[in-house]
Design a protein. Structure first.
Length: 90
């Protein structure tokens, strides 16, 4: 009886080892998830710039606008990277 139990353990261990080796050969395809940005019209951008220039005492809103520009640039870079990765697939 003892020999049969050891045989099953050896078989199971070998099978687990084989599965580990085989799974190491494959790499998952990772796709970046990029947020969507709502486009602003040129008229809206001009209005926002005019309002900020007309109120020089504002401190927070110009900083928010600067940070938003950076975030939008990052989203565009993410989206262009996601598209180039998709086109490079075999």
């Amino acid at each position: 009886m003892q020999g049969r139990a050891n045989h099953h353990i050896v078989n199971a261990t070998g099978m687990v080892g084989l599965l580990c080796i085989l799974s190491a050969c494959t790499q998952p395809t990772l796709k970046p998830i990029c947020p969507q940005i709502a486009p602003w019209s040129a008229a809206f951008q001009q209005q926002a710039a005019a309002e900020i220039r007309a109120n020089p005492a504002l401190v927070a809103l110009p900083e928010i606008a600067r940070q938003d520009v950076v975030l939008r640039d990052q989203v565009r870079a993410c989206q262009s990277g996601a598209h180039s990765q998709a086109s490079n697939k075999p």
